[in-house]
Design a binder for this molecule. Structure first.
Ligand SMILES: CCCCCCCCC/C=C/C(=O)SCCNC(=O)CCNC(=O)[C@H](O)C(C)(C)COP(=O)(O)OP(=O)(O)OC[C@H]1O[C@@H](n2cnc3c(N)ncnc32)[C@H](O)[C@@H]1OP(=O)(O)O
Ligand SMILES: NC(=O)C1=CN([C@@H]2O[C@H](COP(=O)(O)OP(=O)(O)OC[C@H]3O[C@@H](n4cnc5c(N)ncnc54)[C@H](OP(=O)(O)O)[C@@H]3O)[C@@H](O)[C@H]2O)C=CC1
Length: 291
């Protein structure tokens, strides 16, 4: 696959398949918008005319995007917020409403985990990942829906989960949380359909964002081989799928999960921790281990 640029200048020029002005004057809230997939999405939305709000826990990350948007004359609201904290989530939505009005689109992208063998995860570590990826994502989408319902308006949610059809060895907590988001999304897609709210998920496979740096080098070395395309995706690839799901082109799509993993759900052997010897590529090593 052709490599796409990752720099900010690259995001300015990255090829766009979505129509000019597609999100003109729409208010788009992107969680985790200070880096990786969220940042690429914020950029894409701004290029397509949206008023963008981003959040994350780290002020410096947000500041980087704020500066770049100011240089380009793009409107942006950036606010620190831990999505696990319901009061912080409420004040984030208050701030967005005060600046731009109620969001039309929520891109629920913030999340992450640490890689550790399932038998080593502590209760505290389990809770931290579930709270981040399931509870935090839920608080954001429920808050958006409550406000849309109160205002008698529709809205669109895109939840960024992870491609977990075959589990995600090394990140069991995250795999469980993402499965929870997918099913909560299906359920809410039905309950909130009468209010004109659509909810879909994007389940990425491996995407070459800075986020991958937290994985051990021996795991990272195998990432690009873990799917039939023998490559990792780019944040811009994810941004454009998010743009499609958020747009009226997808108006008949709700409760769905779109997997973008280079076919990794069908073929490939992915480990986010070092591959146990039992699963070794060399038959002799594996046989030695079993016997
Ligand atoms: C087939 C195709 C498929 C394709 C499938 C695709 C594969 C998926 C690849 C995914 C890639 C990405 O998501 S890339 C994005 C990666 N980005 C991130 O992960 C960043 C976000 N992550 C985080 O912030 C953290 O990991 C997270 C734990 C979730 C939240 O942080 P907090 O500040 O709340 O938590 P902390 O205080 O740091 O830690 C809380 C506890 O968690 C545990 N803990 C935290 N870090 C730990 C660590 N490195 N090792 C062990 N344990 C740890 C400890 O018990 C900690 O308690 P103490 O012991 O008391 O400290
Ligand atoms: N890259 C990949 O291969 C894959 C990524 N994903 C998922 O895609 C999403 C984006 O990841 P990606 O861009 O790759 O990696 P990044 O680590 O760059 O992005 C994660 C973003 O989420 C923010 N975040 C994390 N926890 C919280 C929190 N509690 N409250 C608010 N913001 C938070 C981070 O900001 P801060 O730390 O400042 O809070 C950061 O901006 C994540 O949910 C990730 O797990 C899924 C599958 C594969």
């Amino acid at each position: 696959m052709t490599a796409l640029p990752v720099s900010e200048a690259g995001l300015d020029d990255a090829p766009m398949t979505l129509a000019d002005g597609l999100f003109r004057d729409r208010v788009v809230l992107v969680s985790g918008g200070g880096s990786g997939i969220g940042k690429a999405t914020a950029w894409m939305m701004a290029r397509l005319g949206a008023k963008v709000a981003i959040c994350g826990r780290t002020a410096e990350r947000l500041l980087g995007v704020e500066t770049a948007f100011r240089d380009r004359g793009w409107p942006l609201l950036a606010q620190t917020c831990d999505i696990r904290d319901e009061q912080a989530v409420e004040s984030l939505f208050d701030a967005v409403e005060a600046r731009f009005g109620l969001p039309n689109i929520l891109v629920n992208n913030a999340g992450g985990q640490f890689a550790l063998a399932a038998d080593k995860i502590t209760p505290k570590g389990w809770r931290a990942v579930i709270e981040t990826n399931l509870t935090g994502t839920w608080l954001m989408m429920q808050t958006a829906a409550q406000r849309w319902i109160a205002a008698s308006r529709g809205g669109v949610v895109v939840n960024v989960t992870a491609a977990n059809e075959r589990g995600m060895p090394g990140i069991a907590h995250s795999s469980a949380a993402r499965a929870g988001v997918v099913n909560a999304s299906r359920t809410a897609a039905v309950e909130w359909a009468p209010y004109g709210i659509r909810i879909n998920c994007l389940a990425p496979g491996l995407v070459d964002s800075g986020g991958l740096s937290v994985y051990p080098p021996e795991a990272r070395a195998g990432f690009h081989r873990a799917n039939p395309q023998r490559s990792v995706g780019h944040p811009w690839d994810m941004a454009q799928i998010i743009g499609f799901l958020a747009s009226d082109s997808a108006r008949y799509v709700t409760g769905a999960t779109l997997t973008a993993d280079g076919g990794g759900a069908l073929w490939g052997d992915l480990w986010t921790i070092e591959r146990p010897v039992f699963f070794s590529d060399t038959q002799q090593e594996a046989a030695d281990h079993v016997s």
